[in-house]
Design a protein around this ligand. Structure first.
Ligand code: UDP
Length: 323
């Protein structure tokens, strides 16, 4: 089976490519290397190209003839999306639409989409399940929500198009084998940022907001190990191929940690004191995001292997120390 992976040189994509390769799938990565890295593609060929380049994309798809497309390529930083919304609607919405258009033209009808918990905005009920209304509160979340809507509409119109949308909660950690991990030029995500402070790359960690309606006043997130998420993709793909059913799944562990709890865990794992600065809230942050993961467990038979914050941090720390 042939799997076409956009963004396969990026953080999550590269972990999925690794798993696909290990399982013997024929995989081809299409990535513009804007945030991804050549060395991160451990299996299959890497094609350097942009999703807006229809001609190239068409050609690569024509040559490879994939059975399924997994689409990771996207911009993913919430604060940046508030500063540069056009970048987010271009990269995440327009480019996805372009990819879908070409897939449909070519008769490729199986799609796995990297969606996000940010589609929920500030959920009314925690843990949030897949039926909750979509009310994104930042351009990143909106850019992904729009794609979900497009997917739903294409699905209604075309019986030959089936997709699975995976709504990621906070993805963290690194390949336990030490070959892959987060490698962005600028670290913005909490665990990576905290580890880089431990390493001395930044002088302090800012805690964005201590007055949220949570037990310790800081935001709570559901952190999921990247390899558990990668396995969710394999299961989703098998489900899509075997059953041909469209569906949407939350990907998280179903419980969360506050920013302060994460910081404490980082200190425990690294043994390094981390200078902290408590600052105001960061725009676009919902107070609490925790998944209801019963659907993915039930329908895909997914079970977490690494539901342990310290283990997640340990793998990320091992990776950081090597960089
Ligand atoms: N956060 C923080 N300091 C940082 C980075 C993040 O306090 O240097 C907080 C952020 O405000 C949010 C949580 O950590 O409440 C998770 O943020 P992250 O950027 O890791 O992921 P997001 O939830 O935005 O996708």
């Amino acid at each position: 089976m042939r799997v076409f992976v956009t963004g396969g040189a990026g953080y999550i994509g590269s972990h999925v490519v690794k798993m696909l390769g290990e399982k013997g799938y024929d995989v081809l990565t299409y990535d513009n290397l804007s945030t991804g890295n050549r060395w991160a593609v451990l299996y299959g060929k890497l094609f350097v190209g942009d999703l807006s380049d229809s001609e190239l994309l068409r050609k690569v798809l024509q040559d490879f003839r994939p059975d399924v497309v997994m689409h990771f390529a996207a911009s993913i930083v919430v604060p940046e999306s508030l500063r540069e919304p056009v970048k987010y609607y271009t990269n995440n919405t327009m480019n996805t639409l372009n990819l879908l258009k070409i897939m449909l033209e070519m008769g490729i009808g199986k799609f796995i989409f990297s969606s996000t918990a940010a589609v929920y905005g500030i959920p009314e009920k925690i843990p949030v399940n897949e039926e909750a209304p979509l009310n994104p509160i930042n351009p990143y979340g909106s850019s992904k929500t729009m794609v979900e809507r497009i997917l739903q509409d294409i699905h209604s119109a075309r019986s030959d198009f089936k997709y699975i949308s995976l709504r990621y909660f906070n993805v963290a950690g690194a390949d336990p084998g030490g070959r892959l991990g987060q490698a962005y030029r600028e670290a913005t995500h909490l665990i990576t940022r905290a580890l880089k402070v431990a390493k001395g790359e930044y002088d302090r960690l800012q805690i964005f907001g201590t007055d949220y309606p949570t037990p310790d006043g800081t935001c709570i997130r559901d952190y999921i190990h990247v390899d558990d998420l990668a396995r969710a993709h394999i299961l989703a793909m098998q489900y899509l191929m075997d059953r041909g059913e469209t569906d949407i799944f939350n990907c998280g562990y179903g419980h969360g940690y506050s920013v302060r709890e994460v910081v404490k865990a980082v200190i425990r794992v690294t043994g390094i004191r981390i200078p902290i600065e408590e600052t105001g809230r960061r725009e676009g942050d919902p107070p609490v995001l925790i998944s209801d993961n019963s659907k993915i467990k039930e329908k895909l038979g997914w079970t977490p292997f690494f539901d342990d914050l310290e283990y997640i941090i340990k793998t990320a720390w091992q990776w950081e120390k090597m960089r």
